[in-house]
Design a protein around this ligand. Sequence first.
Ligand code: MSP
Length: 658
Amino acid sequence: MSKKTFYITTPIYYPSGKLHIGHSYTTVAADAMARYKRLQGYDVMFLTGTDEHGQKIQRVAAENGVTPKEYVDKIVAGIKDLWSLMKITYDKFIRTTDKEHIETVQKIFKTLYDQGDIYKSEYEGWYCTPCESFWTETQLVDGKCPDCGRGVEKTREESYFFRLSKYQDRLIQLLEENPDFIQPASRRNEMLNNFLRPGLEDLCVSRTSFNWGVPVTFDSKHVVYVWIDALSNYITALGYLGEDDSKFKKYWPADVHLVGKEIVRFHTIIWPAMLMALNVPIPKQVFGHGWLVLEGGKMSKSKGNVVDPVVLVEKYGLDAIRYFLLREVPFGSDGVFSNEALISRINSDLANDLGNLVSRTVAMIQKYFGGVIPKERAAGDYDEDLKAVVSQIKGKTEELMDKLQFSTALAEIWKAISRTNKYIDETMPWALAKDEQNKPRLAQVMYNLAESIRIVSILIQPFMPETPEKIWRQLAVPESQRTWESAGVWGAYDPVSPVAPGEIIFPRIDMAKELEALSALDNSAPAQAKAPAQEKKAEAPKAEAPEGIALIGIEDFAKVDLRVVKVLACEKVEKSDKLLKLKLQCGDEERQVVSGIAQYYSPEEMVGKTLILVANLKPAKLRGIESQGMILAASDKESGKLTLVTIEGEIPTGTKVS
Ligand code: MSP
C-alpha cells in the first residue's frame, strides 16, 4: 500500500539581503513538521525557495553593478548555506528564476487570459521617480514613498488585471464551509470581515515599468507582477503543466502552507481564486503565524549580529536555537526575541531540566552499576505515577503537533522531563545506594529514569536534530528502540552495551558575561537603537529608587545564581546558639551550608524542607566550618521573626530561580 502523503511549504523568500532569525522561524517550524510527519511514516514533500523577481531586486543589483541574476545567485547560495546549517530537510528548493517555473507561470498567465480571467486595462497608482517604484494609495506613508520618504506623483500604466472580484462569493463560501482552512481562527474572521465581505477589486498582475520578471508571452512589454509568479511556485515545483507532473498528482493539494501573518491575505484570497480559475483543488490549510520582533521594533530594521541566525547557531548551538524559536512563542501569536529570553531558556529548560537529567542518570548508572543496569529489579513507590505521565506524552505531542502547536507540544514533553527529575528527588538513589540490599530497587529506579529519557529523546526529534543522537549514544539505546512508535511503549529500553558518559549536552551559560559579549559583538549599536525613530516605543518613565536602595539592572541580578535545594541533614554547630549546619541536595551535587537560624528552627524540622540557595556565593568559614552558599530567609528585626523562603509545588532540586 502506498504511504500517506504530506505536503508542506514555507513562503519563498525575497533574496534582497541577509535573512534574519525571524525568517528562520517559518522554516524551522516547517522543518519540525516535516520531520514529525516523516517519523510517523508519511511520504513528505517539504518545499521552500526564493522569490527572485521584481523592481527592488533589479534596482539593488544595479546599485551593486551586477545583473539581477548574478545578484540573486549569490544571496540564494547564502540562504541555502543557512538552511544547511540549520539542518532544514527540504525536499525541493524552488527559485522563481528556474526555467520550469518561468515556463509554467507563462502557461498559467496565458490560460487565464484566454479564458477571460485576465484582461488588459490601466493601472492608476503613485510613482516615486527616484526609486522608480509604483505604490498603491494604501502603501504610501503619510502620502510619501514608503521606501525613501520623498514625494510621489499620480500616474497611469497599462496593465493586465486578474478578475479577482468574480471569485468573491466562492471565496466566502470556501471560508465559511471550511473553518479549518485558515488557522488560527482569528485570521479567518479578519479575512472575511475586512476583505471578502466589503468586496474585492480586480488585481493588477503585470508591469511595464521594469523588466526583471517573467515575460508575458503574448505582450512583450509586460512582465508578470508578483503574486501570479510567486504563488504559483507551490504547484510549479511539483511539475504542474510540465513534462512530468507525477509529483503534482501525488502531493497536491498541499496539506499546509505556512506563512507569516502579513501574507495570509494573498494565500487565502488571491491564491484560492487563482486555483479556482485554473480548476485546481484548493490547499487544505493556510497557517498564519505571528512575528518575532525585537523589543525596540521590527527585526527587518536591525542589521545587527544579535539577529543573525548564523551567529546565534555558532554561539549557542543549533538545537538550542531551534528549541527557543519553537518553544518561546505560541505558534500563531507574535513574540519578542531577546538574548536574555534565549539564554534563560537554554539554562533552565535545556541545561538544567534536560541536560542535567541525562548526565545525572548516565553518571549514576555508571557509578552504581558500572554502566549496565542489572536485570534484577524491584518496583516501588512513584513508579506507576512516573510511567503514567511519561507514557501519555507521545499521544499528547501528536495531538498538538497535528495542530501545529509546537510550543505546547514542547511544554508537554517538558512536563515528562520535570516528572522524571522529581522522581529522582522522590526515590533518592544516593540514599538507596548506601545499602546493598536496595540494589534491585536502585536498578529499577535507574531503569525508569533511562526509559523516560529514551521516550523523551524520541519525541524531541522533530525539534532538535542533534540532541537525540547524543542522548542515545550516552544511554546506549539500540537503534530498534529509537523508533517513533516505540515512544508509546513503556519498557522498550533494553540496552546491549554499557552507558557511555560523555559531553555535557547543554552547557550552562553565564548570563551576565554573555550579554556583555553580545553587546560587544553587535558593534554598531544595541538592537533597540536601530529601530527607526517612529517605531521606537515611547520612553518609559524613569524608575524612582526608594530612598537608600540602589536600583540594579537585570544584568546585576543575573549574576546571582539562585537554586532550589532540599535539606538532606541538619545539625547544630557545636558551641553556637545561632548556627545550624545543613547538608543540601542541589541537583547532582551536595552542598554544606552554615546558617544563623538555630533560634528559629530545630535541626529536625529542617530535614526535607525545600529552600532557595545563593549558589554562587564565595565560600566562607563560620566557626571553622565551611559554608558553600547561603539560604534565603525573610527576617523582621522589629518583631524578631524569621521565615525561610520556600518554594510552592514540586520542582527538582538544582532548578534555577529567576
Ligand atoms: N516573497 C514573499 C512570499 C511569497 S510566498 C508565495 C515574502 N518574502 S519575505 O522574505 O519577505 O518573507 C518570507 C517569510 O518570512 C514571510 O512569511 C514572513 O512573514 C516571514 N518573516 C519575515 N520576518 C519575520 C519575523 N520577524 N518573524 C516571523 N516571521 C517573519 O513575503
